[in-house]
Every structure is written in C-alpha cells, then in structure tokens.
Design a protein around this ligand. Sequence first.
Ligand code: ADP
Ligand code: MG
Length: 694
Amino acid sequence: MAQFWKPGTEKPRLVDDEEGGVLFFSGGFSSSSSSSGYGYASIEKQRQRLPVYKYRTAILYLVETHATTIIVGETGSGKTTQIPQFLKEAGWASGGRLIACTQPRRLAVQAVAARVAEEMGVKLGEEVGYTIRFEDVTKPDVTVLKFLTDGVLLREMMDDPLLTKYSVIMVDEAHERSISTDILLGLLKKVQKRRPELRLIISSATIEAKAMSDFFGKRKKRRELENEENGIQLEPAILSVEGRGFNVQINYVEEPVQDYVQAAVSTVLLIHEREPPGDILVFLTGQDDIDAAVQLIADEVQTSKKHSPGLVVLPLYSGLPRAEQELVFSPTPRGKRKVIISTNIAETSLTLEGIVYVVDSGFSKQKFYNPITDVENLVVAPISKASAKQRAGRAGRVRPGKCYRLYAEEYFLNHMSNEAIPEIQRSNLVSCIIHLKALGIDNILGFDWPASPSPEAMIRALEVLYSLGVLDDDAKLTSPTGFQVAEIPLDPMISKMIIASNQFGCSEEIITVAAVLSIQSIWISGRGIQKESDEAKLRFGDHVTFLNVYKGFLQSGKSSQWCHKNYVNYHAMRKVLEVREQLKRIAQRIGIVLKSCESDMQVVRKAVTAGFFANTCRLEEYSHNGMYKTIRGSQEVYIHPSSVLFRVNPKWIIYNSLVSTDRQYMRNVISIDPSWLLEAAPHFYLLQQSNPLH
Ligand code: ADP
Ligand code: MG
C-alpha cells in the first residue's frame, strides 16, 4: 500500500500513519496555511532562540544611523525572517511606508513570506505579502512587509525610479550575486543619493562583506561621504551575527563517481540503513535529476523491503506547487526519516529544520554565456568551495552532522574554484540593458556595477537589441517597440515575438506560446515516446505542440485526467492559464489587439522568427546524427530528445534555449523558412561578413 508520489501527478499529502512505511498518499490540499503547527507562544520562543535576536538592538541602531548596513550571518540565523519584523516593530513601516526584502529566488520569496506571516499571526497577503513575477499577493495600504524577487523590485523602479514607498530595502542573499541583485545594488546606490532617508540592508551568508562595503563606501566625490545628513553616516556599517553551527564531519568518495544521481541515491539508502535518526538533504541540480532520484529511491524501496520503513522522500525545486513546497517544512512524522532532494535553493535561501546529513553532488545548474558565439547555456557545472561549505553547513544546524561529498578530497582541494563568478559576468545582457535603458540610464558602460560585465557581452547585447528594433542608432529605446518590449516582464526575445504577433494577426496564439515558454516545463518528466495523433501538424515544432496541448486542455474542461493521459503536468497548465491572463492584460495595455489566426501556423512561426531570429540553426548537410550549427558562431548543437522534432531534423530551425549535458541541446524548437530571417532582421543577417543564408 505504500505509494510514492510521481512528480506532476496528483497533489500529495504527507500523512503520519501508524503503520510505518507510508510515504505518500494522494489527497486534497491541506487547507491550513500553517507550516509548523506550533502555537503562537512557541513561535515567540523559537524567535528568541535565533542568533539574530541578540543583535536586535544593534541592528536597529545601525540601520537608524547608517544609510547602508551590511549584515553577515550563517544560514538559519534568522536574517530573512527576523530583521524585517524588527524593523516593523521599531516603526519603519509607520506612516504608510513599506519595508521590502528581496530574494533572488521565487520559491524563497513565497516560503519566507508565508513563514513571517505565520510568525506574526496574520494572513499572508495582508500585513505581510509577497510579489513574484505574475503573482502579487499584497494588499495596497495594508501590506507593510513585502517580500519580492530582486527582479520584481527592478520592475517597480520603472514606475517609481526612487522606490519612494519604501523606507528600508533589505537586499537579501547578496552573496549569491545574481544578475538582478547586482543591477539592483548598482541602482540603489544611485537612489541613495537622491533619497538620503532611504535605508539599505544588505545581507549575506558569507564573508564577502568587505567587497560590498567597498562598493557602497566608494563614491565619486569624497564630499558625498562627508556630507552626513541628519546624522546618517554614508560609510556602510558591517555587522556579523555569530551563529552556533555544530561540527560537521566531511566524507569524500575515493574515486570520482560516474553517475551522481545514482551515487546520491545509494548514499541516501546507506545513511538510512546505518546512521541514527536525522533528516537527509541531498543537493542535485534541477527538476530532471531530482525527479529521477525520487523515482529511483521509490523503485529501490519497492524491490528491497528493508529500506521502506519510514523513508519520506520530498523534491524541492522552483516551479514546485505551493502545497508541495509546504511538505518540506512540515515536521518529520515520528519514527520517520525525511529525505529532501533539492536544487541549490536549500544551500542558503531556505532553512530546513532537522537536517543532520547532507549529500552533496558537487554540481548545480549554472548559466554560462559566450559572447563570441552569442550562446547562453544552462549547464550542469561544478560548484565552488564556498558553495560546498555552505551545503555542508546545512547538516550542523540542530546537532553535529555529517556531509557526504560525491567527489574526491583531492578534487575539492585542488580543482574547485574558491568563489562562483557573479552571474552578470556569465550572462547574456540583453534583459539587463533594456532595464537600464528603460530607467533612463544611457551610459551603460559607465554604470557603477558591483562587478563589471565584459565589454564583449555588452556589445553583443547592444547588437541584438538593435536588430530586434528595440534600440535605435543612438542606442536609445525606440518608440513604441523598445518601450513596449521593456514593459513586458519576459525575455526581450519573447516580448518582441508578442509584439510582432500583432502584425501577423496571431496574438492569441503567441501569448499562449509565451506563457508556456515562461514555465519550466509543461511535461511530466520521463514522458515516453508519444503516439501523436496529427503528426504532420506537430512536425512544425514544439511551439505548435504547445498550442495543441493548450487547446486540448481547454476542450477537456481543464481536466487533470486529461493532463495525466497526455503526459502533461496539470499544475504547470494551471500556471500557464494564470500567466496567460496576465500577459493578455499587459498586451492590451501596450496596444496589442487580441486576435487568433485559427490554424494558420505559418504566421505563428513567422512571429516566433521575429523574436528569436538570433537563435537560428541549420542542419549540417552530411550529418547523420542530427547535428546542427548555429548561424551565428557556428556552434554544434542538437535537438533535445524531449522535442517533437527530435529525429525529424528539419533543415532550418529556431530554438528557444540551450541546455548542456554531454552535448549542447536545443530545447523548444520550431522549423522555419530561411527567407523569413531577412524579413525579420535584415541588419542582423546582412551584416554578417559572408551571408550565411546562402
Ligand atoms: P537566515 O535568513 O538567516 O538564513 P531565516 O530567517 O530564513 O534564516 O530562518 C530562521 C529560522 O526560522 C530557521 O532556522 C527556521 O528555524 C525558521 N524557519 C524559517 N522558515 C521556516 C519555515 N518556512 N517553516 C518553519 N520554520 C522556518
Ligand atoms: Mg535567509
């Protein structure tokens, strides 16, 4: 009767049954928003036990007297959940002002806001709210503590460049150096000049504080620093919150492992068999390998009965529905051992209670951009020493723990880099530049960055934006296209595709495509080879398949059974509906007429081309294994096995994104006619030295 939940199927519910060995039961959502079940008094006690509690007065004093306060403290010390509450208690949210706390990750925003609302005994969305892209759970004039992604705060600056409604902005997880965090820090430094009463708190789990302090302390004019206004010091203050981590014993593998998913699974089972009680946290890289590991443990438990008693296996990655997120925070039922298989979100963004064992694959998914080939890639890549230490630290929160590194000690010591490279130095800068331009920052090269992006990447981005018709000859946003693209909170290529759909008369379809592309995946992973009903239609590509799935979903009356039968993730489809509604509203606001092209897929493909022409690839003529080359940069790429065009291999295709494993794979591809390229982006293709289209 024990049963595992397969990701993407019915929502699971953790049930503490008395028989043992029960892992999941399908069931309804738990309606309570409470994640811990503790009463109010007990929560107050828990709060007081956190390391930051002792620093409450010091923190409030520093914030009062300094424009910028940098707070360093170990993960779990209470930075994120407590400091905003301290600020509110001290009156920073009085008189209609708000306190903002940013996070690089959406899942963290939701989880932390829910926790703080619970601690304060209020309903989420009232005094305590959150905003992530396409989801605003705040109430005007009621919400005073607002958690949001740094990307959303950047967007808010487009309407209110000085962020006037906030009294304090806490930029959390600054050590992650996400691209949005870095842009935000650069902009906030500018805002401070115009709004001396604004307070910034920069919090971080690692001691990179000095660099941050130098950044905020370094002003163009010395006078600025001396000019203390109302006794506010402009030189940043640094406060280190002493944690109380326990010792963590580190174990390495002797030989490099071949398959880290399999190795992680074996390690979990070994720990479960041999080690005393305590929960296990496994770091893998993303939904795919996490789902695979959950499945492997399930299979293992089914075949060998010995492991089954009391193993509760939970995945954790962004894109997980709320009800499933809550399971990872719920207390482990008595006599059970919880295994959380997570992306690096559990490295510092979320604190999980009760972890005693950590299994570290040594990898995470990272973005890499090569400005020479103009290829941005999501790659499973080795983590840094700093990350490895953070991961290990997760085992020592409640008592001495153990960390199992699935790599050799020699590798850790001699081959792992000390710190990760800031994301801005390994990203395509197209979105970033649009943001800055929309905020009226014209001298992008002279912008005061916490870490400068490479000039090559900058030039590449300007070139693409020029070809997209977003920037004019003077590198200013064009009107209306440039401003419209900036208005849509999506990748500029997707935004351009939406705008182009207006001319092609297929905005209804393209908005659906855009909504699907903004969701990680609508498929249940492990989807087998499907027998498609109308193959000819599907062969145009994944975008067309998305439209068929969407249509089928609506026709089924939005049925979860229909999804199940068609290997479609029901939650993802609900999300698509939501995002689609929001995009429709945005599109209408910027003057796009909603119109359907019915079944004319040629115009849909043309609209995709108008946005994504830079991602064109051609099948290598004598290739027997489906090798493509990118038109710009001649990179070797292949169609991802999950694509409907896998093995179909049309001559000309456009991809949406690249993922890299053993090869560079194109995800979400569509076939095109090369003559459309010149139509879509004459400059882009004619400027190439030898025209690659011929
Ligand atoms: P930091 O930001 O310093 O890493 P947090 O403020 O996120 O720390 O967490 C402080 C403590 O609050 C954690 O150690 C944990 O005990 C508790 N906590 C945080 N989030 C949750 C949650 N969603 N459910 C239960 N407890 C939580
Ligand atoms: Mg935190």
